[in-house]
Design a protein around this ligand. Structure first.
Ligand SMILES: [Fe+2]
Ligand SMILES: [Fe+2]
Length: 297
């Protein structure tokens, strides 16, 4: 009798490995979910936000490194930095491809860049104590945003509706490779925040700022992409009804589930490891075409 394949095991000590993936976008259609420009561009907002956002994560975590007093956590933070740096570049390549297809994302990306560099960037003239406080506050923002990236990653790993709709397989691999790494490293930012400040107020403030900001940026980004799409002539304006309809068909996360997930972050016993499955993430990474090619190089 054949022996069953053992499940992928997850160890307590997390070893995060940056996977140096590459994607070929030369065949990517503008509407990579066929005939679904609204769902395509709603997901495309990831490409608008993540290059600048994840480079900012890397900067914040590098600033926090000298404050870490735990060797295991330091290793996890270094692994997180390595993974996020590759994520940013992978999404940047999609942005460059969109530009080549006549959809210019730069006006929106300039606003995102301003947000991360000017509003959330380094503040000159701080005392050492104020600087430490500022770094911890930004780590708390990252921890809250990482709750959402893990939520979205978990959704991407469990989104058969995208396969049924005939979504481009290379884009699906990007979303699921990235999503799997988000699930894999979902506890690092939270654990770093708790290491630097275990207070409940810090955690809540991070989510109270990041949650509404992220939703606002996503709605604006979807509107921007639909308006900038040269094939639509500004005819398509997104509505909540369209979003809910797309979610029912499995093309987008359900808004209600997204909001309920955000609410869990406020729970006193919350920990990111209770969201999503590391085993499922590692199982996808073991079969992802891009991650497999990176492992073979
Ligand atoms: Fe990421
Ligand atoms: Fe992440």
């Amino acid at each position: 009798m054949p022996r069953p394949t053992p499940p992928v095991t997850v160890h307590d000590s997390l070893v995060l490995e940056p996977r140096d993936v590459h994607f070929d976008w030369s065949e990517l259609p503008l509407h990579w979910i066929p005939d679904e420009p609204m769902a395509t561009h709603t997901i495309n907002v990831l490409h608008l936000l993540l290059p600048e956002g994840e480079r900012w994560f890397v900067k914040v975590f590098k600033d926090a490194l000298p404050m870490i007093r735990d060797e295991q956590l330091r290793e996890e933070v270094l692994g997180f930095i390595g993974q996020e740096a590759i994520h940013a570049e992978a999404h940047q390549e999609v942005l460059d491809h969109l530009l080549g297809q006549g959809l210019d994302p730069r006006p929106y990306v300039r606003q995102i860049s301003w947000l991360f560099h000017r509003v959330l960037g380094d503040k000159p003239g701080l005392t050492a104590r104020q600087r430490r406080e500022n770094v911890i506050e930004r780590v708390a923002f990252v921890a809250a945003i990482e709750h959402f990236t893990a939520f979205l990653g978990n959704w991407a790993l469990n989104s058969p509706g995208l396969d049924r709709a005939g979504a481009d397989p290379t884009m699906l691999d990007l979303l699921r490779w990235h999503g799997a790494e988000e699930v894999e490293h979902r506890s690092v930012a939270y654990d770093l925040m708790r290491h630097l400040d275990p207070g409940y107020l810090r955690r809540i403030r991070g989510m109270a700022v990041s949650g509404p900001l992220l939703i606002h940026l996503w709605i604006r980004g979807t509107r921007f992409m639909l308006a900038a799409d040269p094939t639509l002539d500004g005819r398509l304006v997104p509505t909540w009804r369209d979003a809910r309809r797309a979610a029912r068909r499995g093309l987008l996360p359900e808004p209600g589930r997204f909001l309920r997930s955000a609410a869990r972050y406020f729970g006193p016993r919350y920990h990111p490891t209770r969201e999503g499955s590391s085993s499922q993430a590692l199982a996808y990474l073991a079969k992802s075409p891009a991650a497999s090619a990176a492992a073979a190089r």
